[in-house]
Ligand binder design. Structure first.
Ligand code: DX5
Ligand code: ZN
Length: 218
């Protein structure tokens, strides 16, 4: 399983030791949750913080934009050398145009779905996507309980990806721990995001390893 720890649960008063832990760990990405107080009822951090983080983080950045009008921020996301720019289906009218613009900026493109948004809304764009981020909580906060309906969505999405020959990876975000991670791995997830499970652990590197050791691509 690929693992993308979320910085949202790190120590905002002193991020450096947490990023050094990320660099040392076996994780594959660092997940950055951007919130605007409009699309979601919370505000997290923005580009000046992510720029500083990008200078000391050696893992590829997986940027999750929980903001309206995500198409307006493509060059700023590119400027922090993000690997993935992921935006919400519910926050963007012209998904196809935005995905093309992300690719033209040299990044991989991902679309995220809230728990109530069906997988089949991506049927006509799946071939162009590099990642689909299924929310297993309502976006806006860390530490919420896992919504189990996402397991069926992972299975449906897996079928859609196989049928369409898409290269998109399935990422799942919210309430992930060793137990829910195992369910996601069995359902066909390729990446899991984990915030409180990693940063709330006595040994965060071991928590990352427990997810990393789950099988993927079943
Ligand atoms: C929620 C964010 C998540 C969050 C996950 O809106 O997108 O990435 O940090 O936190 P946990 O793993 O604590 O549910
Ligand atoms: Zn996220």
């Amino acid at each position: 399983m690929k693992v993308s720890p979320s910085l949202l649960s790190a120590n905002f008063a002193n991020l450096t030791p947490d990023i050094e832990m990320i660099n040392r760990s076996e994780c594959d990405f660092l997940h950055l949750d951007v919130m605007d107080g409009v699309f979601v009822p919370n505000i997290s951090f923005g580009f000046p913080v992510m720029k500083a983080v990008s200078k000391i983080c050696t893992k590829p950045l997986d940027v999750h934009l929980m903001i309206v009008e995500p198409q307006n921020w493509i060059s700023q996301v590119r400027d922090i050398n993000a690997e993935y720019m992921v935006f919400h289906q519910e926050a963007c009218t012209h998904i196809h145009r935005t995905v093309q613009a992300i690719h033209n900026a040299g990044m991989k493109a991902g679309v995220s779905l809230c728990p109530a948004t069906p997988v089949n809304t991506l049927e006509d764009i799946i071939g162009d996507l590099d990642q689909v981020l299924l929310m297993s909580v309502n976006p806006g906060f860390g530490g919420q309980p896992f919504i189990p309906q996402v397991i069926e969505k992972v299975k449906k999405l897996k079928r859609l990806i196989i049928e369409s020959g898409s290269k998109a990876l399935i990422n799942v975000d919210g309430g992930v721990n060793a137990e829910t991670g195992a369910m996601l791995s069995e359902a066909g997830a390729d990446i899991v995001v984990a915030g409180s499970y990693v940063f709330g652990a006595a040994d965060p590197e071991e928590a990352i390893r427990s997810l990393k050791n789950l099988p993927s691509r079943i």
